[in-house]
Design a protein around this ligand. Sequence first.
Ligand code: F6R
Length: 359
Amino acid sequence: QKEGFRFFMEKEIYEQSRVLADTLLGRLRDESIYFEELDNNLFEGINEIKLCACGTSYHAALVASYLFERHSKIRVSVEIASEFRYREPFLTADTLFIVISQSGETADTLESLKMAKRSGLKTMVICNVDNSSMVRLADASILTRAGIEKGVASTKAFATQVCVLWMLSLFLGGARKTLATEEIKRQIHLLRALPSTVNVENVLHEQLRRLSKRYLHGHGFFFIGRDVFYPLALEGALKLKEISYLHAEGYPSGEMKHGPIALADPELFTIALLPQHMLYDKTKSNIEELSARDSTICSISPLDFDKADDHIRTHLHEDYMLEFFEMMVVLQLLSMEIAIRLGNDVDMPRNLAKSVTVE
Ligand code: F6R
């Protein structure tokens, strides 16, 4: 059932346009976001949101923390489930506890959800599997509609998680009156453009195939970005390490000078996310610092950047969130091509399971 694709992961990357359209279906009104699953009073008395997840879903939670605070002016914290469940978190009843999980079965996330319920918090899950343990347990759930994901490395599930979380941030912004109607309308218009934004183009895929030939010789990789592009950098690094077994780390661009830049040398490849609409000048100067110290740079940007050794040109978009989704596809394809060249089975990477139901 790979339908001509080499791996399920590749098929799932190409499916993102369709599954994002499914995830948006029926949820976009002209001036507001509509979730038929949500009870209007779920957010009553809520002054804080705690997001909790593992792995790729944790990266989606980090993206959400930027969007929720920006759009709905609410306090947000993000928790790694395996840490949260064993510390002694201070929880207050005005907190909405949201878990994010593709499978709805991940042991640490499920236990964290149970813990939040026991502490009397309102709970919600953003999940890809209807009737999963988490969906049955949480007070409210939103389904991501990515369809079955077979590749162990999550791609389309992540895309739909971020899409739902973006919509939820607008929903909250509307409910809390922290976003003007005009701004909600503008972002709904952007959401409608998502399916076409993630369409994989042959030219781009070909360029990534060529680049992967050289990149598989890298001794190590930094993925760097700012704002929501920082969690995207973490996700890019996770994708590369899990399927190619190469060492990769994600960092906030501005943090490099606080230590990691000491590693810069030509054998160290830096994949730099340089969007036009999010802290462009700041990020650019961070990349220049790395290039001055001889790191091999691959920049991903819609704008020219002459300090890079390689440049992946993305399209011009009117907003950083559309840039986010296009760069997400670039990172997914790049790690997949490197892993395929290394001869790895990208659908079944060593030591990993699709659903981690033991801790
Ligand atoms: C990485 C990946 C894992 C999962 C993590 C959580 O590509 O898929 O990091 O994201 O195991 O799984 P879920 O989302 O099912 O709770």
